[in-house]
Design a binder for this molecule. Structure first.
Ligand SMILES: [Zn+2]
Length: 68
């Protein structure tokens, strides 16, 4: 399960991985496209967990997560 924002319902929703339609890896982010239970198609970005991210200070990683 993962949490995503549904703009159609205006709230956060819990979705299963089966609702993911596409995962695209970009240079610094992973872009995840999903279809909500209501049919809305949305997407969100997650910081990519690369070796450089893991080597950095932990608070830096958490800070980026909160921005996503
Ligand atoms: Zn929805």
């Amino acid at each position: 399960m993962f949490a995503a924002r549904c703009d159609h319902e205006g709230t956060r929703v819990l979705l299963t991985e089966r609702r993911i339609t596409e995962v695209r890896v970009e240079r610094h982010h992973i872009v995840v496209r999903f279809v909500c239970w209501c049919g809305y198609e949305g997407s969100f970005r997650e910081p990519r967990l690369s070796a450089s991210n893991l080597a950095g200070p932990p608070h830096d990683v958490f800070g980026r997560r909160q921005l996503a």
